[in-house]
Write a protein that binds this ligand. Structure first.
Ligand SMILES: NC(=O)c1ccc[n+]([C@@H]2O[C@H](COP(=O)([O-])OP(=O)(O)OC[C@H]3O[C@@H](n4cnc5c(N)ncnc54)[C@H](OP(=O)(O)O)[C@@H]3O)[C@@H](O)[C@H]2O)c1
Ligand SMILES: [Zn+2]
Length: 349
């Protein structure tokens, strides 16, 4: 089958489009014919390689997929050949205490599919295998590309805002990197929860996009003093929640922007892992710093319910064909995107 893959970590020249072995279906697994996939920033980390993270090589990336089941392994009863499905990006043992109590994210063998699995195991391929528990029916009102984009970002945002930060109606939430995949779902979810989202973004075009996604206010990292802007917009009080995945460069500003008793929730650090902060803020303002990582199957079901109810819509803004994948990844890395980017794999378009 055709896939985008790499044999070693590095720059764009490590990416190959070519033939790799077809997946084989073990007991408990299903094989999908991929119709569409969607990008996540994790794909960039996978290509580059991360310190202390061993990714199986050769690697096919891609954690978000929508497709048709073409083969089911022994013992798989719930999923049938021909089912149109989307994929939950968590591969776990399903039998340990953490898995059994519905906290797959704490399973000791939990791996993000299409990132830590492999070799040759992700969504940027004509076929892929996943655990049968990872698939759910495709929301039928969505295109294949939109369906593919309903998983990782939305799920991560749900866990960050609902489970970890316990965002509620009336809260004010500062959303960094608001125009991207994670950020735009955060704006949509704030709207659903009745929270007031203050988006931080970096251009006129992105500002307009953020307003379509649910931003009540927009601050501009390219020209505004974000802390001063937050003070003005909140009458000097600060925000209840900071939603962050940018990390090092914005963390000191986030700490200043938080109201007393505020919460900072973080799932990533695109601009670095080693922030400098004045710890006195932590105890004097009695802040909470919360880490969050992808989400549980149950949280994904909650997300999909919002999608089915048309309250949240995958913000796919551009689609690329599979061989054009490198151009999509470059646009993401160079910060030239809004919302989610999709990859068309099947020939349905
Ligand atoms: N642990 C988890 O579960 C989890 C889940 C999802 C994502 N993440 C992490 O969250 C981060 C964002 O992921 P994503 O998929 O949302 O990416 P994305 O769609 O590319 O969005 C990232 C946004 O961050 C802003 N940004 C600020 N500094 C940037 C920089 N140096 N390079 C690129 N963008 C920058 C940009 O928005 P503006 O121009 O509007 O500022 C950009 O659109 C990544 O670090 C990713 O690994 C973690
Ligand atoms: Zn487990």
């Amino acid at each position: 089958m055709k896939a985008i893959y790499f044999d070693e970590h590095g720059d764009y020249d490590v990416l190959r489009y070519g033939d790799v072995p077809d997946p084989t279906c073990a007991p408990g697994e299903v094989v999908l014919r991929i119709e569409a996939a969607a990008l996540n920033f994790n794909d960039i980390w996978a290509r580059q390689g991360l310190p202390r993270v061993n990714l199986p090589l050769p690697h096919v990336s891609g954690t978000d997929a929508a497709g048709v089941v073409v083969e089911v392994g022994k013992d798989v009863e719930r999923v049938k050949v021909g089912d149109e499905v989307i994929v939950y990006g968590v591969n776990s043992c399903r039998v340990c205490p953490a898995c059994l109590r519905g906290e797959e994210v704490f399973c000791r063998t939990m791996r993000i599919w299409g990132f830590q699995t492999g070799p040759y195991d992700g969504a940027y391929a004509q076929y892929a295998k996943v655990q049968a528990q990872q698939v759910a029916p495709r929301p039928t009102h969505l295109t294949w590309e939109e369906a593919a984009a309903t998983s990782t970002s939305l799920l991560s945002v749900w866990r960050m805002l609902v489970t970890r930060a316990e965002a509620k109606a009336g809260d004010t939430v500062l959303v960094w990197g608001a125009s991207g995949g994670t950020g735009s779902f955060a704006l949509q979810l704030c709207r659903v929860l009745g929270a007031r989202a203050i988006a931080v973004t970096s251009s006129d075009e992105k500002e307009a996009f953020c307003r379509t996604q649910g931003a009540e206010e927009v601050l501009r990292s390219d020209r505004d003093d974000v802390h001063r802007g937050v003070r003005e917009l909140t009458g000097g009080r600060g925000v209840d929640i900071v939603f962050d995945h940018v990390g090092e460069t914005v963390w000191p500003i986030s700490v200043e922007c938080l109201a007393w008793g505020g919460k900072l929730v973080i799932c990533g650090a695109t601009e670095g892992f080693m922030p400098h902060i004045d710890l006195r803020y932590l105890w004097n303002k009695q802040l909470s710093f919360l880490g969050s990582h992808i989400g549980t199957h149950r949280e994904w079901m909650d997300c999909l319910r919002l999608v089915e109810q048309r309250k949240v819509h995958p913000p796919v803004t551009q689609t690329f064909a599979l061989p054009e994948y490198a151009a999509a990844m470059r646009a993401m890395e160079e910060r030239r995107i809004t919302g989610k980017l999709a990859i068309r794999v099947g020939d349905h378009a």
